[in-house]
Design a protein around this ligand. Sequence first.
Ligand SMILES: Cc1cc2nc3c(=O)[nH]c(=O)nc-3n(C[C@H](O)[C@H](O)[C@H](O)COP(=O)(O)OP(=O)(O)OC[C@H]3O[C@@H](n4cnc5c(N)ncnc54)[C@H](O)[C@@H]3O)c2cc1C
Ligand code: SF4
Ligand code: SF4
Length: 406
Amino acid sequence: MPLDAPQEIAPPVPRTLCTDCGISRTATPKNCAHACQFIQPDDPRLETQVHGRPRDPTRPDELHFGPFRRMLRAKLVPPKQGAQWTGIATTIAQRLLESNTVDAVLTMAPDPADKWRPTPVLVTTPEEMAQCRGMRMGYAPLLALLEPAKAKGYKRLAVIGIPCQVYALRALEKQLALDRLYVIGTPCSDNTTTDRFHDFLALLAEDPSTITYLEFRADYRVELRFTDGRIKLIPFLKLPISKLPSDFFPITCRTCVDYTNVLADITVGYMAGQGDQWLLVRNEKGEELLATLGTDLHTEPPAAAGKRTSAVKGFIANVERAAGGLPLRSMPNWLRPIMGWLMPRIGPKGLEFARARVEMKAAETVLHLRREHPRRMRHMIPAHVWALVKPYGLKPEAGEGVEGSK
Ligand SMILES: Cc1cc2nc3c(=O)[nH]c(=O)nc-3n(C[C@H](O)[C@H](O)[C@H](O)COP(=O)(O)OP(=O)(O)OC[C@H]3O[C@@H](n4cnc5c(N)ncnc54)[C@H](O)[C@@H]3O)c2cc1C
Ligand code: SF4
Ligand code: SF4
């Protein structure tokens, strides 16, 4: 059953730092001023609003991953066909529709003309959720569908979103006056426009149109799947990064501060999953969402191995050396295969890998903003980001302030 064609959505209001979450396309684009994580974010206030308390740096891993009740390594058995991993995100939403717990789910489907392009949809039947499985690269105005949802009288919603969408959703949650809202978040990093992503695919295969799946795995390899069933694994360090333009990743995605979707009720990712998925159940609603999966979900406690410090230090040195370009450019070609072989063996794994990635992203935020938007630093960098990068010698300089620590 094909999904309904997306509704007519107004054009966006152009802004320098914007991932087009959809708010600027609503009848009240001025809401961006207090809803946007790139304008005047207030993470501690929203963490308290959603979870009852801000992150507590004395609780293990909260400084890195935000408030949570428990973390799990998890998989659906059997995995759902067409899912990015095993389909936990879309199956939770499907169950909410099956049990009539929500009227509709806001999420992304593939654009009918381009499977890699996300297009926002308002899903009202469980069967339609299957068509939303899998990852697309790029941005699409998910939250612009809040108004059509309201017009249809939907007061109980679930939203599957990436962190910059979820930040704006939570900032506006009270004024939406919904009867019920469930937020299923995925982590997100290194997103880019769909057009740019096609340029990347073109470097990975002779016929990029045959690529059906791509994922940056926690074992330091990119997995590609093809229409003929082939699977190709490429070590990160052997990716043709040097052929990409230095602004391949927009400044928004090099500087956003929420990797793990801290304002979701449940975060569904893979980083600490060691080949499985990784769940952060953040609050009571997150427990409710997890429970919808029943015995289809197999879980284990997440583990950690290796040490992240030297990997993060090396990454920071590369970002500094690249001076705004892509960090892997400086690696000599002869070293790439050796490092590509070594990293899955000696690099940080499980939770330690996730901590490393969060610290790397925090350092990128500081270095890229300092270079490209220094005056935004005191608005955009919350205190926890400074705490994450402090062990690596990065601290606020004069005028960079720590406005986010309020
Ligand atoms: C751009 C991007 C980068 C990501 N980076 C990481 C990462 O670094 N580490 C990590 O642990 N996880 C990351 N994820 C999440 C990861 O890819 C999986 O989506 C997640 O683990 C859930 O898997 P699943 O099988 O449960 O999802 P599925 O059940 O297959 O559902 C995937 C859901 O994601 C939605 N979606 C797909 N593309 C987009 C998009 N472009 N924008 C918004 N929503 C979308 C779909 O509509 C669907 O609802 C990223 C996701 C995206 C979109
Ligand atoms: S709130 Fe959304 S639409 Fe508005 S500026 Fe921010 S990302 Fe762009
Ligand atoms: S990397 Fe950050 S800014 Fe970019 S799409 Fe993902 S959450 Fe949004």
